[in-house]
Design a protein around this ligand. Structure first.
Ligand code: PEP
Length: 267
């Protein structure tokens, strides 16, 4: 059987940076420097910058994503944003980022509910999973990541998640914003584990089509180590995604992998 050809994806997580005044210009600069149509590119600014970034990226082929959404559709949830509210503003959404697990006490069960809302609203989810340093040092990294995948995906119909274009980002918590990144081989092993876990949840062969990204202090210098791994399909980029030079380098390297995959074929 021919190996499935998965897309190469670079998603930018701007976290709590930029304002509606400057976000559009930054997005336009990144778009001008990262014009690689063979790479799926996504920019995820803060909620208040979505409209400006969407306008700036119109016609560039770069998609816009949100960084979170609420698990209910509407109601007395002051300060929250629901999936239907993102219509016309975003087509992707990051869910379960470790900073939200840490600061908003998000659990796998809650993230699973958010996943359902994203799918209902036609948003393409990027589900983040990853272990803490203490868990890795205790030899529990695989068990933790597998449990997160099961806890978030377990209640969902695999076909619905496949149709929604679910992407999983393996982001070891100790590598996020620390300048310390995982080794490519370790990330590749986790990508394999994530797909095997999905297969065990009823995904079957579709698990091989599930895109898995690496995230954690990715830069233009180290992206090559991850994209050299056939099981890794791109990156979720935080700090470096605010720098047009870094994004140009990261997307440029991703384009090399995208072209190689195209040349190799696949089903
Ligand atoms: C992230 O925000 O998902 C992330 C990986 O951040 P950084 O690239 O800054 O480590």
């Amino acid at each position: 059987m021919m190996a499935p050809m998965r897309p190469v994806i670079i998603a930018a997580n701007w976290k709590m940076h930029t304002t509606p005044e400057d976000a559009g210009e930054l997005a336009a600069t990144i778009a001008a420097r990262s014009g690689e149509p063979g790479v799926v590119r996504v920019v995820c600014p803060p909620f208040v910058c979505l409209a400006a970034v969407r306008e700036a990226l119109a016609g560039t082929g770069i998609a816009v994503g949100a960084q979170n959404l609420h698990h209910e559709i509407a109601g007395p949830f002051t300060g929250e944003v629901s999936a239907p509210m993102l219509a016309g503003l975003a087509t992707w959404v990051i869910l379960g980022h470790s900073e939200r697990r840490r600061d908003a006490a998000e659990t796998d069960a809650l993230i699973g509910r958010k996943l359902g809302r994203a799918v209902e609203a036609g948003l393409r989810p990027i589900l983040c999973v990853g272990e803490q340093l203490t868990e890795r040092e205790a030899g529990r990294a695989e068990a933790v990541v597998s449990a997160q995948v099961t806890g978030c995906l377990g209640d969902h119909d695999p076909d619905a998640l496949t149709a929604a274009g679910l992407v999983v980002a393996y982001e070891p918590v100790w590598a996020i914003g620390t300048g310390r990144n995982a080794r490519g081989a370790d990330a590749a092993a986790m990508a394999g584990l994530i797909r095997r876990t999905a297969a065990g949840l009823g995904w079957g062969d579709s698990a091989e089509r599930l895109p898995v990204l690496y995230g954690g202090s990715v830069t233009a210098v180290n992206i090559g180590e991850f994209l050299a791994e056939p099981s890794i399909d791109g990156a979720l980029v935080g700090g470096a995604s605010l720098k047009p030079d870094e994004m140009a380098g990261i997307v440029g390297r991703a384009a090399v992998t995208a072209r190689a995959r195209l040349a190799a074929g696949g089903s």
